[in-house]
Design a protein around this ligand. Structure first.
Ligand SMILES: [Zn+2]
Length: 254
């Protein structure tokens, strides 16, 4: 195992998602690689920090301090300083409490989005590390679509883009958070492309994201959302996402 594949497995190892054989291979790489040991150590430190309740409240306090610092002075009530003081304290408290609440809501949304994004990349890397990235191997969409029936709530529309250089390779079931989702697998040269089909029209994913040389594109697929993950270059990823979006409107699958 080299450092590059080690770095891909790192988050999975960290979350205890690697099978025993992959864990052993990863650990034997760690034994001989100080850089990867350091990367694991940093991840552990980060998690410890995120779990520290003191750290969690540090930002709202800093935000309150900043708001207090930028609050206007109180020159007009100079003759009644106690009233001015009370008013400014009330205002600062209201602004502080409201901002902290908003800030926390926003943080939760940001964290949920980051977690789902990470889940999708992790699913792709897990598939790359597995013996086979597909559970059903087929280039025929009429084989792949019915394979999903009964395994997930709704079979996704399946198109083949072999003519455009992106042949269908098959499908599998993966997880996004706790939800079982159908994944369509395509190939492009030596690249593997995963299309996670999420049941929600707005699963709260970014339009695009990058992680360690892999890219994500999110697009509407009927009333569902397709999340495309691959290590193709940006232009190829965009082209495939466009085909996928057009495939849905141009030639509805059975
Ligand atoms: Zn290494």
């Amino acid at each position: 195992m080299n450092c590059e594949s080690s770095r891909h497995l790192l988050p999975l190892y960290f979350d205890g998602e690697l099978d025993p054989a992959a864990s052993r291979a990863f650990e034997s790489h760690l034994d001989g690689c100080a850089a990867c040991r350091q990367a694991l150590h940093e991840l552990e430190t980060l998690r410890a920090r995120l779990r520290d309740p003191a750290a969690r409240f540090a930002a709202p306090a800093a935000l309150r301090a900043r708001l207090a610092a930028t609050a206007p002075a109180r020159p007009r009530m100079r003759n009644r300083p106690w009233l001015a003081l009370a008013a400014s304290w009330l205002a600062a408290a209201a602004v502080g409490a409201g901002s902290a609440g908003l800030w926390q809501d926003r943080q939760h949304a940001v964290q949920a989005q980051a977690q789902l994004t990470r889940d999708l990349f992790a699913g792709h890397w897990r598939a790359l590390a597995a013996a086979s990235p597909v559970d059903v191997v087929s280039t025929d969409r009429h084989t792949v679509k019915p394979w999903f029936a009964g395994k997930v709530a709704e079979s996704p529309p399946v198109h083949d883009f072999a003519a455009q250089g992106f042949p269908l390779a098959g499908g599998r079931i993966d997880y996004a958070g706790s939800a079982r989702v159908p994944v369509l697998v395509y190939r492009h040269g030596g690249h593997l492309i995963d299309v996670f089909v999420l049941a929600s029209a707005d699963p709260g994913l970014p339009r695009q994201a990058q992680m360690r040389g892999y890219g994500l594109r999110t697009l509407a697929l009927g009333h569902a959302t397709a999340a495309v993950v691959s290590d193709m270059d940006e232009a190829e990823l965009d082209r495939f996402a466009q085909l996928l979006a057009q495939g849905e409107t141009a030639a509805p699958a059975r």
